[in-house]
Design a protein around this ligand. Structure first.
Ligand SMILES: [Zn+2]
Length: 102
């Protein structure tokens, strides 16, 4: 079957997703982010104490938290469902922390 030749797209015209390195991690479910986690995360972010990104807040900004972050990753022994080990982060700060492998 003939394949379409790859067209060079200058990075400036690529979508952010295309520019990013491919995500080679296991699926979210395989990494332990299952239905129970989704429910926990939703409740966590609905709590007024966790509605804002912790990093933005430390920098004097108020950005809504969209992700629940483990302060100590549960892959490194952090407690997954302990609210004391969780903080709300915005997409940007959560992505930065994820890229650093934390
Ligand atoms: Zn933030």
């Amino acid at each position: 079957m003939p394949t379409r030749p790859r067209v060079f797209v200058p990075p400036v015209f690529q979508t952010a997703r295309a520019r990013r390195a491919p995500d080679r991690r296991a699926s979210a479910t395989a990494r332990g982010y299952d239905y129970r986690w989704q429910k926990f995360a939703k409740q966590f972010l609905e709590d007024p104490a966790h509605r804002l990104c912790a990093v933005c807040l430390a920098n004097g900004k108020t950005e809504p938290a969209t992700q629940v972050d483990h302060i100590v990753p549960f892959a490194r022994g952090g407690e997954k469902y302990d609210v004391r080990n969780c903080q709300g982060l915005c997409d940007i700060h959560h992505a930065q922390k994820t890229r650093r492998g934390e």
